[in-house]
Design a protein around this ligand. Structure first.
Ligand SMILES: CC(=O)N[C@H]1[C@@H](OP(=O)(O)OP(=O)(O)OC[C@H]2O[C@@H](n3ccc(=O)[nH]c3=O)[C@H](O)[C@@H]2O)O[C@H](CO)[C@@H](O)[C@@H]1O
Ligand SMILES: C=C(OP(=O)(O)O)C(=O)O
Length: 426
């Protein structure tokens, strides 16, 4: 199994291009199931999660053509993927593929809407929490689907879904995306209340509209969808990855130095940029780039995770690493997932001072961390260990980096472009 070896203690400096967003690309790939015509997606990141989703779609009968990028690692140009679901003949998502990636559940809504049925393995729990899909099921049931959960699979059937008024008990990102996609082909109007306002939901809605869907309100907490008979093909460019952007900003804030991130936007990062400025960073905003100049030592910043536009849970671990070397004590509250502090014990191995009490972490910054061997437990936990490794004196060896390959394109190359000493070892 691959490991990442980091020689820390050097500031970051240089320019890196940000990739297309994983969490936008995954639902967008599933949107291809809604039409017989080809859907072309550009700026698709080269990630393990994308490969898993493509495998899932191929075994359903979807034809996938990849147009390779320029061949320059980390150039941010992104792959183009053309999906043709005219031959969709197997509306099944088997456990073997779903177990490796929760976002597989995003095929459920489109399959029921277009094929009239779906058999999708329950994703199950993962390192960060139980993550049930009851809201996805509740919504489809309200739209007239017959849904049964048996032998670890969700079976859903509907000759044609009916528009309905839906209310989700909590804000759910993939729940909103699944129901919005299903509603596109339903008979009549669907209203999703308490909808997720995440930019990835808006990116999906924009693509669906380009495919002929009638959607209004995406980006607010009430989304209205008037169902149509069919959708058609379209071409859509995937938005930049706001979490990848935030991760590199955080890395420079913690390790010191000055970086410029291109092919990205500050538009969806207000909460993160605000905290980085509180930490003492000097941030410059350009139309498609962000610059950051780190302070001599960051100031501790407290955070509380919440649905967009508040501070994202997917940036919580990275800010814990930043606070581990900041001046002062930060209070970190995780309100989205019940078990998303797995990185804390690993950061402590690097010398961090962190106390956990339920969903709250108290982090008192240390002037320095020391390299050690640590284990990645989930995607963003791994990112926090990379940041801590960049700061720590000496060598840090991160085990189980397959988590990083799920969500960070060309991580070593991008870090090397910023002057970091990072290499993959067996
Ligand atoms: C592929 C993707 O886009 N993943 C993101 C998505 O995950 P995902 O869409 O899975 O996360 P949700 O927004 O659904 O989860 C929010 C909370 O609601 C709970 N819940 C959700 C659905 C449901 O049916 N029942 C239920 O109880 C979850 O357990 C969690 O506590 O949003 C999360 C929250 O911003 C991010 O961390 C993930 O990176
Ligand atoms: C939790 C994440 O992803 P997923 O929902 O795919 O597990 C993430 O991107 O941080």
């Amino acid at each position: 199994m691959d490991k990442l070896l980091i020689e820390g203690g050097r500031p970051l400096s240089g320019e890196v291009a940000i990739s297309g967003a994983k969490n936008a690309a995954l639902p967008l790939l599933c949107a291809a199931l809604l039409t017989k015509e080809p859907l072309t997606l550009t700026n698709v990141p080269a990630l393990n999660d994308i490969d898993t989703m493509l495998k899932l779609l191929v075994q359903m009968g979807v034809k996938v053509e990849k147009v390779m990028r320029s061949g320059i690692p980390g150039d941010g140009a992104g792959e183009t993927v053309i999906l043709d679901a005219s031959g969709l003949d197997n509306p099944v998502a088997p456990y073997e593929l779903v177990k490796t990636m929760r976002a597989s559940v995003l095929v459920l809504g489109p399959l029921v809407a277009r094929a009239g049925e779906a058999r999708v393995s329950l994703p199950g729990g993962c390192a960060i929490g139980a993550r049930p899909v009851d809201q996805h099921i509740k919504g489809l049931t309200a739209m007239g689907a017959e849904v049964a959960v048996e032998h670890g699979y969700v079976h859903a059937k509907a000759a044609r879904l009916k528009g309905a008024r839906l209310f989700t008990d909590m804000v759910t990102v993939t729940g909103t995306e699944n129901l919005m996609m299903a509603a596109c082909l339903a008979d009549g109007e669907t209203v999703i209340e308490n909808a997720a306002r995440e930019p990835e939901v808006v990116d999906l809605a924009n693509c669906l509209v380009a495919m002929g869907a009638q959607i209004s309100g995406a980006g607010t907490d009430v989304i209205r969808i008037r169902g149509v008979e069919r959708l058609h093909g379209a071409t859509h460019r995937i938005m930049p990855d706001r979490i990848e952007t935030g991760t590199y900003l955080c890395a420079a804030a913690a390790a010191g130095g000055q970086i410029r991130l291109t092919r990205t936007s500050s538009a969806y990062l207000d909460a993160v940029i605000d905290k980085l400025m509180d930490a003492g960073c000097d941030i410059g905003i350009e139309r498609e780039a962000i610059t950051l100049k780190a302070p001599a030592r960051p100031t501790a910043v407290s955070i509380r995770t919440s649905p967009y536009p508040a501070f994202p849970t997917d940036m919580q671990a990275q800010f814990m690493a930043l606070n581990a070397v900041a001046e002062g004590t930060a209070v970190i509250r995780e309100t989205i997932f019940e078990n998303r502090f797995m990185h804390a014990v690993e950061l402590i191995r690097l010398g961090a001072d962190i106390k956990i009490d339920g969903n709250t972490a108290f982090v008192t910054g240390k002037p320095k961390l020391d390299g050690a061997t640590v284990m990645a437990t989930d995607l963003r936990a791994s990112a926090s260990l990379v940041i801590a490794g960049l700061v720590a004196q000496g060598e840090t060896l991160i085990e189980r980096i397959y988590h990083l390959d799920r969500g960070y394109e060309n991580l070593e190359q991008k870090l090397a472009a910023l002057g970091a000493k990072v290499r993959r070892v067996k």
